[in-house]
Structure formats: C-alpha cells, structure tokens
Design a protein around this ligand. Structure first.
Ligand code: F0G
Length: 459
C-alpha cells in the first residue's frame, strides 16, 4: 500500500522575515542571557521553539475579527460572543475573561482553596502549582508512574492513578481537598493525553467524595486528537464532539487561550456553578478587570472566539499534531533520545540520556538548551530541575525524574523545512556534546525561577 503525502490545511498570506546569526553572535548572546533562553532577544533567534504560547499565527478571519472590537468598558458585544462560544464548544455555563491562564489560576485558587488544603493533580504545571501554594494549599501529584518515565510508551500518560488519590483521601480526608486539578495533554509530562475512560472514572471518583473537578484545558483539542486516534469508540467522533465531551465531564476550567485557541494573549476561567461565578466576578475586578473583559481588549475576545472554532477543526488539529509527530519521528530515527510517545505540542529531548556526565545539580537540560541555541539559533526551553523549583517547606530543589529540553512548535507558523533544520541542529549538538559544560546559578529568583535565572558555566 502506498501512503499519500499530506499538507497543511492553509496557505500563507503574510510572512515575517527571520535571519540566521553567526556562531560568534550567538555565543555572545547566550553569555549575555546568563545561559537562559528566556533572556535572549527574539531578534537573535532563528527558529523559535521556546513555547507554543501566544506565538501561533492567527487566521485572516481572526484578524478580521480584530476590526470588530467593541471596546466599551462594560458589556462589550465581543464578551457575549466569547461567552456563547465557550458554552457551545466547551459546555461551561459561565465565562470570566482573564488576561491569560495564570490570571485565571489566581482567581480559581483564591476562590476555592483554604490554607492547609491539598490539591491533587495529574502532574504539576509551574504557574498552576504556584497559585495553589500562594493560596495556602499543597500540591499532590497523582499522575500514573509511567508519566515520570521518559521511555514508557503508555498511550495515555496523562492518566490519574486512583490508588494515589485514595491514599491522599485516607491521609488528609476528602473535606481538605477542594478540587482535583486535571490537565488535558499534560505539558510537563511531555504533552501526554488523559484517556476518556480515565476521565470518566475520575468524574465518578470526584462525585463519590463530593470533590470538584477542575480542568486545565490549555491543550484540550490536542488531547481530543489522541483520544480519537487511540481510544476505542472515538474513531468516528469529531474533535469538536470529543472536546465537548471532555469539558462536560468537569465542573470548571482554566484556559490559557494563547495555545489551543491561537491568540497572542488571553484566557478565561469558566464554570457551571452560579455561586462560584459570583465569587470569581468579585475577584476578577480586583486583579484583571471588569467581569466582561477581565484584562482582554474587545478585539482580543473576538479573535479568541473565532480561534476556538478553528481549534477544533479536524483538519487543523491533525496537521498541527502531525507536524510535531514528524519532528519527533525524525529525531528518533536519528537516534536522539526523546520522550515517548511523542506529545501533542512539543518534542521533549531527554537531557539525562544525552548528557549523562552532567549531574542533575548542574542543570543538564539548561546547558543543552543553551548549546542548541549556540549551535543553530534554535531556541528551546528547559523542563527539568530548574523549572521544578524548590520545595516550599524544605527549600530543597525538587528533583524531577524528567530532565528535558522542550522543542515546542507554534501553531501554523513553521514549515517542514524548519523541522528538518531543527533535526540537523540537534544531531550536531549530540556530535559535539563533549564540549557542553554544567552550569551553576549566578542569580536565582524566589518564584518561577526558570524565567529569569542566570547561570555561568562550571570549569
Ligand atoms: N497551564 C498549562 C498547562 C500551561 O502550559 C500554561 C502555560 C499555563 C497553564 C499558564 O498559562 O502562560 O497563559 O499564563 N504554558 C506556557 C508554556 C507558558 O510555555 O508552556 P499562561
């Protein structure tokens, strides 16, 4: 049987020029940035795979929507369009716009958490956990063990382990668990999905214990793709139907719409409970803005509403995840150790395996990301011990089993040729890996240290 080639379901109407720099320029730039790719200037970057957040290409329809902004302080028509779209596509009754995902996490955590409580989740996310901790809670990881094993090819590494949840209830009591935080396509595990079966079981578990189920829906459409491909009974369902089903199994959601929904800025908190909505409205005015804009311009809410409708198109999501799979497969074929299975938004390089001589305390993934930049101008992100931060009680470094570099693919931005150049760059870094040195902090911020930390090379 012959396989047919496929292509992106769009054509390019406008381009942004990028330029390749010299190795010497990049060496200077990374030194100036303290070996932290977050501190590089974007104009010094050739192919930017730092994140998939806020960097997607909006469609002509979304740009047209920007012209339809109703910038009234209160009751903008774009808010109502957004609210109705969230209800139609994601099932949630009430929407509170926020400037981005962490704005929604702040409101959520303040509304639902009392000091001394515990929030279980299918792996942590940096900002999500910090907001839980700032509200006085302790995060408890209840993801299946396979998620912490880069080699395991479990098809649903985002699944929840019910023994871990039961243990937590036995230890602290259900009344001290305000909600379970369930992410779709778990970022820190490598963009790994949760199955619908596991989610249904989680719904039943939450009902049994009278605990709310909150959805970090940042990458829900990508999760739906994996359910469609891998789970019995979903092959003939559309992405739109699967997304709706996922959302309707949960009580509330935080959304960073800078990812799935392809806008440059924005997010929301959504829920079904009227009392919770009322409380969120009273807090959003303190931190974000009035409840009908929450830190977003009217035009941005319009672009977001349109982005939501585009994000659940089967053609779109298959091309989007397909591009990530292409990059991952090519790296794997070149013998590069990556997290398996290949995720939905990024390919994660296994830095532990690529740099076995650099101990985790010397930040191998951070060093690898810096080396990849110097080699090629490709910008990536550390997702290992630096991102994991310190234990809030003991002050010790969290030591995650996954010491990774994330090559994150923006939506609708780069071509297959950019993926090929990236593969060549990673291969070249591997060839020269003996030149890579460990790092130590010269500046370590107290919170979310990975964003602004600075390092120097050891030896
Ligand atoms: N939840 C998840 C799963 C995320 O990936 C992010 C952001 C957030 C919440 C917070 O949203 O950035 O809009 O405030 N992730 C970005 C990334 C930063 O690069 O992975 P935000």
């Amino acid at each position: 049987m012959t396989t047919r080639n496929w292509a992106e379901p769009y054509k390019i109407k406008m381009v942004e020029l990028i330029k390749m720099t010299s190795r010497e320029d990049r060496l200077n730039a990374i030194r100036e940035a303290g070996y932290n790719t977050f501190l590089l200037r974007s104009e010094d970057v050739y192919i930017d795979l730092l994140t998939d957040s806020g960097v997607g290409a909006m469609s002509d329809r979304q740009w047209a929507g920007m012209m339809m902004g109703d910038e009234a302080y209160a009751g903008s028509r774009n808010f109502y369009r957004l609210r109705d779209t969230v209800k139609e596509y994601y099932s949630y009754e009430y929407t509170v716009p926020c400037h981005q995902g962490r704005g929604a996490e702040n409101i959520l955590s303040q509304c639902l958490i009392k000091p001394g409580e515990y929030v279980p989740g299918n792996m942590y996310f940096t900002t999500t956990r910090l907001h839980q901790e700032l509200a006085g809670a302790t995060f408890v990881d209840v993801i299946i063990d396979e998620a912490h094993d880069a080699e395991s090819d479990h098809p649903f590494k985002g699944n929840v382990d019910f023994d871990k949840l039961d243990t937590l209830v036995a230890e602290v009591g259900a009344e001290r668990i305000p909600y379970v935080c369930m992410a779709t396509c778990v970022n820190m595990a490598g963009g790994q999905p949760i199955s619908m079966a596991n989610l249904k079981q989680l719904r039943a578990w939450c009902d049994k214990h009278g605990i709310m189920l909150v959805h970090d829906m940042t990458r829900v459409a990508e999760n739906a793709h994996f359910i469609q491909r891998r789970e019995d009974g979903y092959r003939d369902k559309s992405i739109k139907e699967i997304v709706y089903e996922i959302c309707s199994l949960t009580d509330a959601a935080t959304m960073s719409s800078k990812k799935d929904a392809m806008v440059n800025i924005g997010g929301f908190l959504a829920m079904n409970d009227a009392k919770f909505y009322e409380k969120a409205c009273s807090l959003v005015v303190v931190y974000e803005g009035l409840h009908t804009y929450g830190g977003m311009a009217g035009r941005d809410m319009e672009a977001l509403a349109i982005g939501i409708t585009e994000s659940v198109q089967d053609d779109h999501i298959h091309a989007r995840v397909g591009q990530v799979q292409y990059l991952g497969r090519r790296l794997r074929e070149s013998g590069i150790p990556i997290v398996n299975p290949i995720g939905g938004h990024a390919v994660f390089l296994n830095a532990t395996k690529m740099l076995p001589d650099i101990p985790q305390e010397q930040f191998p993934a951070q060093a690898l990301a810096a080396a990849l930049y110097v080699e090629s101008g490709v910008r990536s992100m550390e997702r290992g011990i630096v991102s994991a931060g310190r234990d809030k009680e003991t002050g010790e470094n969290h030591k995650p089993k996954l010491e990774l570099v994330r090559l994150t693919i923006p939506r609708r931005v780069y071509t297959q040729a950019h993926m090929d150049v990236t593969v060549d760059a990673v291969r070249e870094v591997v060839r020269r890996r003996d030149e890579i040195k460990g790092l130590r902090f010269t500046y370590e911020p107290a919170m979310l240290r990975f964003f602004q930390a600075r390092f120097e090379q050891i030896g």
